[in-house]
Design a protein around this ligand. Structure first.
Ligand code: GLU
Length: 306
């Protein structure tokens, strides 16, 4: 199980270029294989107490209660954040756990969660059409998106950075991408940023993060840009192959996306986040997921209610 999980984890991230099946206990993303969430030796995930007799005056919540399950949107190809093991279908990562923590407060067990993989380019559509009850997937809160969806949070703050091959010396920060092929993802904020003429980059747009990483490993592109949190996960999942340049150049506060007009759900989720930052659950989640890549723990920003 451990071997299979580990192999799948590496395979999806690097497409079998490094099929390292032995996980070390190291928490660093150097040349050693970092531990995976849930692997023995890794910090333990907290358990979530499923609340009873919850009432929330939220149309989304009421519909979920009536159907007996909660539909959560997430990513499936981001190691340590939102990852789905293709052989076991088990989901792991920081965003997955934040989503489960909120679900428990709403009174839903793990078994009552239906996961939907929703990539960056179709998030607003999936949420506004009610295809998911809420969405947790490296989703930056911004005013443009707020016109289409509602956001609880932020529950984390990332920043766009650059992922390059380990032997790369020319690309060191955002000022060194002129004329370079830089891959990013349709519908993401770092794609919009890197397309600005001031960078002078040759931008390659793809739908999935794992596709950009594959192109980097096979030298079709020179760099991948997106949030440092995501890039550190890929670097950790590809020991000795990739590195993050380490100079973030945007601010990406992560929110839980939901129906734009469902203020009751938004308030509830904000309270859930605040409560679990205070009781230490949030930190435990972090240490057992994202903290296993090279992303150091930082206290989350205060939630912004509106
Ligand atoms: N946080 C950025 C965004 O929401 C990039 C990550 C992603 O595509 O999910 O666009």
């Amino acid at each position: 199980m451990k071997l299979r999980q580990s192999a799948a984890f590496a395979a999806i991230a690097v497409l079998a270029l490094t099929a390292t099946a032995c996980g070390g206990k190291s928490g660093s993303a150097g040349d050693k294989q970092a531990a995976k969430p849930g692997q023995s030796g890794a910090p333990q995930l907290p358990t979530y107490t499923v609340a009873k007799d919850v009432t929330v005056d939220s149309p989304t919540f009421k519909a979920a209660k009536a159907r007996g399950k909660l539909i959560i949107g997430s990513k499936a190809d981001q190691p340590y954040l939102g990852f789905e093991d293709q052989s076991t279908k088990v989901r792991s990562g920081f965003d997955v756990e934040i989503a489960k923590m909120i679900a428990a407060d709403l009174g839903f067990t793990d078994k009552q969660i239906e996961w939907k993989t929703v990539d960056s380019g179709i998030r607003e559509t999936a949420i506004s059409k009610g295809q998911v009850d809420y969405y947790v997937g490296t989703y930056t809160i911004n005013d443009k998106r707020k016109k289409l969806v509602g956001f609880a949070g932020p529950y984390y703050k990332a920043g766009a950075d650059l992922l390059v091959r380990k032997d790369e010396t020319a690309i060191t920060d955002k000022s060194t991408v002129k004329g370079k092929k830089v891959c990013s993802i349709v519908g993401s904020t770092p794609l919009q940023e890197i397309k600005k003429p001031e960078y002078g980059a040759k931008v390659v747009e793809l739908a999935k993060y794992s596709d950009c990483v594959q192109q980097l490993l096979t030298k079709q592109v020179d760099a991948v840009t997106t949030d440092d949190s995501i890039l550190k996960g890929y670097a950790a999942a590809n020991p000795g192959k990739l590195k993050v340049t380490g100079h973030p150049f945007t601010e990406e506060p992560y929110g839980v996306g939901m129906n734009k007009d469902d203020k009751a759900l938004r308030d509830f989720v904000n309270t859930s986040i605040e409560k679990h930052v205070q009781d230490g659950t949030y930190k435990k989640i972090y240490e057992a997921t994202l903290g296993l890549s090279d992303a150091k723990y930082v206290a989350p920003p205060a939630v912004q209610r509106y």
